[in-house]
Design a protein around this ligand. Structure first.
Ligand SMILES: [Cu+2]
Length: 350
């Protein structure tokens, strides 16, 4: 038994090292890039062919103590999914995953979707709201605009996505993102937190290939960071983005990460190497507090708030512990230094 355990631990360590290397260097995984590239040329729908719409900043405007206007676009924008490999994504506002939306518990959301796509309808399904799907999540036709009003009465970390048929194609092509509904009394641990980040996990498949979306396995699984405030890192679902530019913290910091798995198909087993989660709020609801977790399971669409303390200097890999997916890109690095600034050291410890 002892022997077996030792063997198992060698295997796990090798897989970790390998996966970290692969994800840090997409050039080591050229096959998946090639596949995506080849398909980009063949399955772009004709009106999208020469389209690469410039990202549109999301407009979030508070118009009352408990009322907020949110204006977003559906648009076609090239997203780099591995170094130099662009995916003509169907997006919200030109980002994939889409821009982070933050509202307060109890807000009424006045939502407007402007569909800049000249050829196909799109829509918006916010998991954070109570709505009539057949009235409030309906298709907006090409070059048209639709407005909807609904309440966000539950705090948490929620997915949003396009709900137009076939939903799988719209999500897998890039129309997904995260909305945080801040609890009206905050989280009980708010005053302890030194740094906050948002990490979103999503998958990429062969370009616009519903058969691959349905029956295949993802060619890339990626983490992106979304900016909570001006100056924060904000990335698309690009393999290696959060290894090349690590998240930063200072020794002793209590770190909070809002996490969301937007899928479309896979589960995430969210884990930070070198620490244990002090607090986990499942789906981001303060009522759902769990203590001392090693890994948080996020179903497709699921979210959580995780909090942990970094006690030593070094690079802490953030992964999905489904290591086939980490190998395909779902790795970020949290670099912890004395002063919380990037000391320029190699991100990966090996
Ligand atoms: Cu859509």
């Amino acid at each position: 038994m002892k022997k077996f355990l030792k063997f198992a631990s060698v295997i796990v360590t090798s897989v970790m090292v390998l996966s970290a290397c692969n994800s840090a260097n997409p050039a080591l995984n050229p096959q998946s890039s090639k596949v995506a590239k080849a398909n980009t040329a063949s399955q772009v729908i004709a009106p999208h062919k020469d389209l690469n719409q410039k990202p549109t900043p999301v407009n979030i405007e508070r118009v009352g103590e408990h009322e907020v206007n949110i204006d977003m676009t559906a648009q076609i924008t090239d997203i780099e999914i591995t170094k130099g490999n662009m995916y003509k994504a169907w997006t919200f506002n030109g980002e994939a995953p889409g821009p982070i939306i933050v509202v307060n518990e109890g807000d009424t959301i006045n939502f407007t979707l402007k569909n800049l796509d000249p050829s196909i309808p799109h829509s918006m399904d916010f998991h954070a709201v109570h709505a009539s799907p057949s009235k409030d999540f309906i298709d907006i036709m090409p070059n048209e605009t639709g407005s909807f009003t609904y309440p966000a009465n539950n705090p948490g970390v929620f997915m949003y996505h396009c709900g137009t048929k076939p939903v799988l194609a719209h999500i897998a092509n890039g129309m997904h993102g995260t909305i945080i509904v801040k609890p009206k009394d905050g989280y009980p641990t708010d005053s302890e937190i030194d740094r906050e980040f948002v990490i979103v996990q999503n998958e990429w498949y062969k370009y616009n290939d519903l058969n691959d979306f349905t029956n295949g396995v993802p060619s890339q699984v990626v983490f992106s960071a979304k900016a909570l405030k001006e100056g924060d890192l904000n990335t698309n679902g690009t393999v290696g983005a959060l290894v090349d530019t690590p998240l930063l913290a200072k020794v002793g910091d209590k770190v909070r990460i809002y996490i969301n798995n937007v899928g479309p198909n896979e589960v995430s087993s969210f884990h930070v190497v070198g620490t244990v989660f002090d607090n986990v709020y499942i789906d981001g609801n303060p009522f759902n507090l769990m203590k001392g977790l090693q890994t948080v399971m996020l179903p497709a669409s699921g979210g959580a708030v995780v909090e942990f303390t970094v006690t030593k200097e070094g690079s802490y890999p953030i992964v999905t512990h489904q290591f086939n997916h980490a190998t395909k890109g779902a790795v970020a690095i949290l670099k912890v230094t004395k002063d919380g600034l990037d000391d320029g050291s190699q991100a990966m410890s090996h």
